[in-house]
Write a protein that binds this ligand. Structure first.
Ligand code: AHG
Ligand code: MN
Ligand code: MN
Length: 329
């Protein structure tokens, strides 16, 4: 018999409440990290609204400009970048930001603030115009430089192991915010009519083994032989190929269902395509927290010492056994 709807249980836990209740995970928490997470959630709501009506408000399409990596900027890339950097600047908890869309580090002017944020404001931007899921990725670090001084590049060039929190927003068939502070992964679904994120996916875990592989197979001829052999193994096992072309969306699906996403080194891009600081580290942290694994094909992503702001890295992320197999271990 179907379970009866229990109206007393129907009011969920809001993101704000969850953040507040879990603040005690950090013994000396002052509430600044909680406030910062809430600022990010507010910016995400604004960006969500803009994405939802993009086709109506003349904000789809290219800007006609390129970002620092020479990629065409979409209007929504620029809008999302503005919304998040504004929220992080005005929020007062962040001293410096690094964004995919901005060449240099962004000083917020809050030199007394103790956090650093790395952000991909809009991930999967080639999918905006065609109504396919896109995302936002963020990492939060504690600054290295002393409070009160102007922060510098070293505050941003930290290993992923130093993240205090990381998350993503997926603007998909529903909008979700998923984050970790190193005590498991929790997912929240946005209820637009109330303007609130509600806890929908508590303590997310990824299957150890999956049957999905996500890779741009159009680049197959440029892969290393070992990766070609692994892809062939996936085909032999009749695994499903699933590739949206929005890292956040591919990652989220694989985390829930079990699978692996790869953006490898290719002949044309020997360092891969994805960026260590504001794409790979956040999802690597979340993936490990959910029981998965993230490497560059050899080394753990979180232990790579970044040397450049927009550094690229080959990326293998997802179910532990699949990532291990693809590395030949
Ligand atoms: P972004 O839109 O932030 O530049 O990221 C795009 C990334 C990633 O989301 C996606 O998985 C990958 O680029 C797709 O690249 P290909 O088109 O080369 O497969
Ligand atoms: Mn991206
Ligand atoms: Mn982007």
């Amino acid at each position: 018999m179907a379970e009866r709807f229990d109206y007393k249980k129907s009011i969920g836990v809001t993101l704000d409440r969850f953040i507040m209740e879990n603040q005690s995970d950090f013994p000396f928490a002052t509430g600044e990290l909680s406030q910062l997470l809430r600022d990010i959630a507010i910016a995400a709501k604004i960006v969500n609204k803009e994405i939802n009506r993009a086709g109506l408000s003349d904000i789809v399409g290219a800007m006609g400009s390129k970002n620092v990596q020479g990629e065409d900027q979409q209007r929504l890339d620029v809008i999302a970048d503005f919304r998040f950097t504004q929220a992080l600047t005005h929020g007062g908890e962040v001293c410096v930001v690094v964004s995919e869309e901005v060449d240099e580090i962004i000083f917020t002017g809050n030199d007394d603030a103790k956090y650093v944020v790395a952000i991909d404001p809009l991930d999967g931007s080639s999918n905006i115009d065609v109504n396919v899921a896109i995302g936002t990725i963020f990492s939060i670090y504690r600054r290295k430089s002393p409070l009160g001084k102007k922060p510098g590049l070293d505050d941003v060039l930290q290993k992923g192991t130093e993240q205090v929190a990381a998350g993503y927003v997926l603007y998909g068939s529903s909008t979700m915010l998923v984050y970790t502070t190193g005590f498991g992964v929790n997912g929240f679904t946005y209820e637009p009519s109330l303007g609130e994120f509600f806890l929908s996916h508590p303590n997310m875990k990824t299957p150890e083994m999956g049957r999905l592989y996500s890779i741009n197979e159009g680049n197959y001829d440029d892969f290393e032989d070992s990766l070609k052999a692994y892809i062939q193994l996936c085909r032999d096992r009749r695994y499903s190929g699933r590739y949206i072309g929005s890292l956040v969306a591919d990652f989220h699906r694989n985390m829930l269902k079990g699978g692996m996403y790869v953006y490898p080194a290719t002949k044309g891009s020997p360092k891969g395509k994805l960026r260590l600081i504001y794409e790979c580290n956040a999802l690597a942290f979340i993936c490990e927290q959910a029981g998965g694994m993230a490497t560059d094909g050899k080394n753990r992503i979180l232990e790579i010492q970044p040397t450049e702001l927009h550094q690229r890295v080959p990326y293998y992320v997802g179910s532990k056994k699949m990532v291990e197999e693809s590395m030949g271990t």
